[in-house]
Design a protein around this ligand. Structure first.
Ligand SMILES: [Zn+2]
Length: 258
């Protein structure tokens, strides 16, 4: 903001307006998802500040409220699938949010798959992936502009996330050129990557039952962390919201190490 008067008094935006914009922008209704995407908890009716986090937890709720936010945007929301009894830790989260006037908006698969602010599109962009096409539902596939050894590629990913990758060299020294990306838990797509002729799958979280797949299908698997591959979407979405509505925002970095 450049106008001193308008920066002194934060301009509030009605929550209903923000939610309608988010639902439309993210195409929320188009996804069959078990994560109850959309506004999960209604707090203050006017929003002057936004917080973004990968996960909803008591910690992210408390930090959002301390930071002065009335809306928390998260990739993993308050509850999944069926309604959940409001007891124990779930009650403490709900109560903390309601007491602090904090609304919670969750976006899971829509925010993995979004072509502009999605986790996968953002990672592909950061790695200069070319000829980007859909992969494995929410992911993307494409070609790196140049071939890299698996180690060079892993180092690039580590620079991007700031965390060490787990690397399974199933490609047998083939290097990295044709890449599939699935943010979060995508180890199950090694076979799909092989079927499409990709040499490498970049995903978040390893899964024991898919360990041998990488070596038997001949695909490199690079695991960069579930959390670390899913910081991109909520940050980009909050930045997009600022562009649209002029709302200041803050990313709450609460890594899980997973
Ligand atoms: Zn996830």
């Amino acid at each position: 903001m450049t106008d001193a008067a308008s920066s002194a008094v934060p301009r509030g935006v009605p929550l209903t307006e923000l939610v309608a914009w988010l639902d439309r922008f993210l195409n929320t209704d188009a996804y069959k998802d078990w994560s109850n995407n959309g506004l999960q908890l209604e707090g203050n009716t006017v929003v002057t500040r936004v917080a973004a986090s990968v996960d909803v937890s008591l910690q992210s709720i408390e930090q959002a409220i301390e930071g002065g936010a009335q809306l928390l945007i998260a990739h993993h929301g308050l509850y999944w699938n069926k309604p959940q009894m409001i007891t124990g830790p779930h009650r403490r989260r709900v109560q903390a949010a309601l007491d602090g006037g904090l609304s919670i908006y969750a976006s899971h698969l829509p925010l993995d798959a979004h072509p502009e602010v999605g986790n996968n599109a953002m990672i592909a962009n950061a790695l200069s992936l070319q000829d980007v096409q859909p992969f494995a539902g929410i992911g993307v596939q494409g070609e790196l502009p140049f071939s890299q050894t698996l180690q060079e590629f892993a180092e690039r990913v580590q620079k991007l996330t700031g965390e060490i990758c787990l690397v399974h060299g199933g490609g047998g020294g083939s290097g990295v050129h044709r890449l599939g990306i699935v943010s979060g838990g995508g180890a199950e797509f090694i076979a799909e990557a092989a079927r499409l002729g990709l040499d490498t799958l970049l995903t978040g979280e390893p899964e024991h039952k898919h360990f041998h797949d990488a070596f038997e299908y001949g695909v490199n698997a690079v695991y960069a962390g579930h959390y670390e591959t899913e910081v991109f979407g909520v940050r980009a979405l909050a930045a997009r919201l600022e562009e649209q509505f002029g709302l200041p925002w803050q990313f709450l970095h609460l890594p899980t190490g997973l």
